[in-house]
Design a protein. Structure first.
Length: 443
C-alpha cells in the first residue's frame, strides 16, 4: 500500500530544514551557527536527542537561505525571489556569473513583508481551562481577530452563548479584535432546517440582530462573523437577503460583518455548497473566509486535508467575483490518522491530531515522514501493534509555507485558522517571518 511520490529534495526556503537520515539536532545547529537548544525551543522538541527522518524544522536564524538544487543558477534563484542577479550575488560576495555548487547555501536578502490579517477560531469548553487561557495569551499577538466559536442561533432569534471566560479581554489587551461567530449549529451539527426557519422570518432575524448587537456591546466584539453551513441550495437567495439585512444593521451599529464560506471552484448552485454565493458575499461582507480544507476528512480516503492545488483553484475563482482584499484562505491546524480498511470500504473514523502529535506518533512508530510535492503535504505510514495499516497526513513547515506563498502570489487579505489549541509551532514562526499582521485599534 506504499505510495510512490517524487522524492526530490525540497529547496530550503527561509529557515526550513528537513531532517535527513543520520542527522542530529546538534549537527544541524552547527551547520546554521546557532545552539541546538534554540532550535529545540522554537520547534517545541521534547527530546532534542530524537528526531524523525523527514521532520521539517524551522531554524531561528537571522535571515533567509536557499540551498542550491541541481540545474539552478543565480538567474533562476534570483528570479524565484523577485530580485536581480547582481543583488543576490553581491549579498553572497560572489561574481554575478558564478557557477553554483549543488548544496551551496545562499543568503536571500531581506524582502519587504506584506501586511495581512489573521483570524483564529477559538472553541472554549466549559469551564475554560488554564491551558486554553495560556494558549490564547501565546497566540493573540499574532492575530487580527480572535473568533469566538460559536453563538448558536435559535429558531426564535435568541442566541445560546459559549463559555468565554476572560478570553475576549486577553485578546483586546493584545490588540486583537474579538469576532462573534454566529452559527446554525444544533445538537452538535449544522442544521439546514434551523437556518431555513430563521431565513424565512424577518421578525426572527431582527430579534437575532438585536441580540447580537447587545452581546457585542457587552463583551466588546468588533466583528460579527456568520458560519452558516450545509444550507439547502434552494435557500441561496434567502441567505443573501439575510446577509444584506445583517450588513445594514451591524454597520449602523459600528460593527463589521464577515462570513465563512464553503470551498467552491466555480459558481456551484446545487448540493451542500450551493447556497453560498461568492459574488454576493464579496459585495456585502467586509471580508470572507474561504474554508479551504477538509479534502481529507474523518470518513474520506487518506489524503492531504488542504492540498495546494485545490486551494489555489478556489482562491483564483473567488478573486474573479470578489475583491482580493476581502479574501482570506482557511487553514487547518490538524491532520488525520486513518486506519485500514479505508472508506468507502468501511473502517473506523479517522482520528484528528495536531502537527506536533503527528510528529510524536511518527517518532513512536519509527516512521519516516514523506512529502507529496503535488499536494504540498507531509504524510507517513505505519502498522500498529495489531498489524493494522495506518496513513497519517498532517501539516508542517513546508506545507504552511506553500499557503503563505499563495497568499503573496494572489495578494489577498490573509488567513483564517481552525482552531486554537492544536499545537503547530512552525506555523507561528513562519507566519511572523513572512508577514506583518495588521492590528485593528478602531473599527
Amino acid at each position: 500500500m506504499k505510495r510512490a511520490f517524487c522524492q526530490r529534495k525540497v529547496d530550503e526556503i527561509m529557515q526550513i530544514h528537513v531532517v535527513e537520515r543520520g542527522q542530529s539536532l546538534y549537527g544541524i545547529s552547527k551547520a546554521y551557527g546557532i545552539g541546538y537548544e534554540e532550535i529545540a525551543v522554537a520547534n517545541e522538541i521534547p527530546d532534542p536527542s530524537r528526531l524523525v527522518i523527514g521532520q521539517a524544522l524551522v531554524i531561528p536564524v537571522d535571515g533567509s537561505y536557499h540551498l542550491v538544487q541541481p540545474g539552478q543558477s543565480l538567474y533562476t534563484i534570483a528570479n524565484r525571489y523577485g530580485m536581480s542577479v547582481n543583488t543576490l550575488a553581491s549579498t553572497n560576495g560572489i561574481p554575478n556569473n558564478a557557477v553554483l555548487q549543488i548544496g551551496q547555501r545562499l543568503r536571500i536578502p531581506t524582502q519587504p513583508k506584506p501586511t495581512i490579517e489573521v483570524m483564529l477560531y477559538v472553541e472554549p469548553r466549559t469551564p475554560v481551562t488554564e491551558v486554553m487561557i495560556e494558549e490564547v495569551k501565546r497566540r493573540v499577538g499574532s492575530l487580527t481577530y480572535l473568533a469566538m466559536f460559536s453563538y448558536e442561533a435559535m429558531r426564535d432569534g435568541t442566541l445560546v452563548a459559549p463559555t468565554i471566560g476572560g478570553i475576549p479581554g486577553i485578546a483586546s489587551a493584545a490588540g486583537a479584535a474579538n469576532a462573534m461567530v454566529i452559527s446554525n449549529l444544533e445538537d452538535f451539527g449544522f442544521n439546514a432546517d434551523l437556518a431555513r426557519d430563521i431565513l424565512n422570518s424577518v421578525a426572527v432575524q431582527n430579534l437575532l440582530f438585536d441580540n447580537a448587537i447587545q452581546i457585542a456591546n457587552e463583551v466588546g466584539y468588533k466583528d460579527i462573523h456568520f458560519d452558516f453551513e450545509l444550507l439547502y441550495p434552494e435557500d441561496r437567495l434567502l441567505y443573501n437577503n439575510f446577509l444584506r439585512r445583517a450588513r445594514d444593521r451591524f454597520h449602523a451599529a459600528g460593527l463589521t460583518v464577515s462570513t465563512a464560506v464553503a470551498p467552491k471552484p466555480s459558481d456551484i448552485k446545487t448540493g451542500i455548497y450551493g447556497a453560498h454565493d461568492y459574488a454576493t458575499m464579496g459585495e456585502l461582507m467586509d471580508f470572507v473566509a474561504l474554508m479551504t480544507y477538509e479534502w481529507g476528512f474523518t470518513y474520506s480516503e487518506p489524503q492531504a486535508v488542504s492540498p495546494i492545488g485545490p486551494v489555489r483553484n478556489i482562491v483564483e475563482y473567488a478573486a474573479t467575483v470578489m475583491p482580493r482584499n476581502k479574501i482570506m484562505i482557511g487553514q487547518n491546524l490538524y491532520g488525520y490518522d486513518w486506519s485500514a480498511p479505508f472508506p468507502p470500504q468501511g473502517g473506523k473514523a479517522a482520528v484528528a491530531l495536531s502537527p506536533q502529535q503527528a510528529i510524536a506518533l511518527a517518532l513512536q512508530e519509527e516512521a519516516e515522514i514523506q512529502y507529496d510535492y503535488v499536494a504540498q503535504a507531509p504524510f507517513f505510514e505505519y502498522y500498529d501493534d495489531a498489524g493494522v495499516y495506518h496513513e497519517v497526513w498532517f501539516e508542517d513547515a513546508r506545507s504552511i509555507q506553500a499557503k503563505f506563498d499563495l497568499i503573496k502570489q494572489q495578494n489577498i487579505r490573509g488567513i483564517m485558522y481552525w482552531k486554537l489549541g492544536l499545537s503547530f509551532p512552525q506555523n507561528w514562526l513562519l507566519l511572523n517571518d513572512n508577514f506583518i499582521v495588521r492590528k485593528i485599534t478602531t473599527i
